[in-house]
Structure formats: C-alpha cells, structure tokens
Design a protein around this ligand. Structure first.
Ligand code: SF4
Ligand code: SF4
Length: 253
C-alpha cells in the first residue's frame, strides 16, 4: 500500500500537468472556481461534484473532443474519459441507444419511419463515487479517493490487472494501451487544483455541465441541485455517485 507522503507527491505531480486545452486555445475565458491562496492547494478544503442538466445537452460532442485533447486520451474511438449516449424512445416501447465514436463528432440524423416519442442525450463519465468499488478491488492501492472526493489512479503503482475496470458498473475505465495502466476521468485534476474548470465543462456551449463543490451554498451546482429533480445513475448499486443528473429519464441505464 503506498504511503501517504507518496500519495501527496503524486497529487502534487498531477497538479503540475499543463492545461492543454488552454494552451491550444480551445477554450473561452478562464473561470476561476477557487482562490488557492499563495499557490498551495489543500484537498481537505474541497469536495467536488458535477451536475449534468440533460435538458440542455444537444449532443454536439465538444466536451468529448476537449477531454481527449486535454487529457491525451488515445485517439482510437474506444478510449474515452467522457462520452455521450443518445437515447431514442419509440412509441412501440423500443429503446435504442447509440454512441458513435463516443459522440465525439455529434450524431447522424435518425433513420426509419417508426414513430419516436422522445430523444435525448446523456453525457457519461466517471461518477467519482463516494463508495467506489474500483477502489475496493484494487490489490495494490493504485486507485484511491482523494480528500477532495476525486477518484484517481496512480499509474506508478497500477499493475494493469483490470480488476477496477471490471468492478466499475459504469464502464468508466479503460486500460491505456501505451502505459498498460488503468485510466479514466479525473475531473481534470490538473486544472481544478488550479481553480479552473474541467475541460468538458469549459467548452460546453449550453452549460449542460456544471462543476462545483458539494455543501457550498449559492453556487450554480447547489442551485441546480436545489431546483431540479436530481438523480444518479444506478443508485441501487450503492456506489454513491457524485455526478448528478437533472431530468434523468427512467430508461437511462
Ligand atoms: Fe470507480 Fe467507476 Fe465509480 Fe468512477 S464510476 S469511481 S471508475 S466505480
Ligand atoms: Fe488497481 Fe491498476 Fe489493477 Fe485497477 S488495473 S485494480 S488500478 S492495479
């Protein structure tokens, strides 16, 4: 099991990674979330979560593109830290779900003449579960929950056994073919520890994604949670996700 000081060093290294999205000029103006004082970052002072307003998502895929760029996710269309699913609910009760290349280039028009009741898009990512099965199964302590609630992987310790990939009920992890270690969304840890937003949140043209901290009043995340019908994915799994969806349709898996 890694020692605490090693974990702190890992977090410090992660926080030093440059913000690629910013360097590439993909984003709009910087949005400061938190004053980190004199450059220090104290994980104990934060507790992060994300809200997703499904009624605002248009399935454009800009968040998927930004995430791949920002986090150097492998180019192949089966590696994603975040992806978009399109749900089509037909009048006869059929439900069709597609996610072409994770929705990175948007979605093609629907074909066929079956009557459609409703369609909607569902952005997905690691839920940074409060009770994360991926952490419980890791035999070497490589995946862990940081004090600020973010679930991370220390690739120096990961042995690539895939237990966490199998344990995650949300399909949020993959094995990076280059490093042979487990990888997934970090809420853009290298950005949020500098007071910036995750890349997917920064680029979303409709503000469907809201990033913030639990328990901090008068923030967009807490306003959304107070005024919307909030649900999480697979609540019966008792993983206690920290990605909260508004207007989640009962058909979403
Ligand atoms: Fe772990 Fe999956 Fe939960 Fe993320 S969504 S914390 S990878 S179990
Ligand atoms: Fe732990 Fe890595 Fe194995 Fe996952 S793949 S269980 S993070 S050692």
């Amino acid at each position: 099991m890694p020692k605490t000081y090693q974990r702190r060093e890992f977090l410090a290294e992660l926080a030093k990674i440059p913000c690629a999205t910013l360097l590439l000029g993909v984003t709009g103006p910087l949005k400061v979330l938190a004053d980190d004082g004199e450059g220090g970052y104290d994980a104990a002072e934060h507790y992060y979560a994300m809200g997703i307003q499904l009624e605002k998502c248009i399935g454009c895929g800009k968040c998927v593109q930004a995430c791949k760029t920002e986090n150097d996710v492998p180019e192949e269309p089966f590696y994603f830290r975040t992806w978009i699913e399109r749900y089509v609910i037909y009048e006869d009760g059929d439900v069709q779900v597609d996610s072409p290349e994770g929705g990175i280039n948007g979605f093609p028009p629907l074909e066929g003449d079956k009557k459609i009741l409703r369609t909607f898009f569902v952005p997905k990512l690691c839920n940074h579960c409060d009770n994360p099965p991926c952490v419980q199964v890791c035999p070497v302590g490589a995946t862990f929950k940081s004090e600020d609630g973010v679930v991370l992987v220390d690739e120096d310790y990961c042995i690539g056994c895939r237990y966490c990939i199998q344990a995650c009920p949300y399909g949020a992890r993959y094995l990076d073919p280059r490093t042979k270690t487990a990888d997934k969304c970090t809420f853009c840890y290298h950005r949020i520890t500098k007071g910036l937003l995750p890349a997917c949140v920064e680029v979303c043209p409709t503000q469907a994604r809201i990033f913030g901290e639990l328990g901090k009043l008068s923030t967009p995340l807490n306003r959304m949670m107070r005024h919307s019908n909030i649900q999480v994915l697979k609540p019966h799994m008792n993983t206690e996700p920290k990605v909260f969806y508004s207007e989640l349709d009962g058909e979403v898996r």
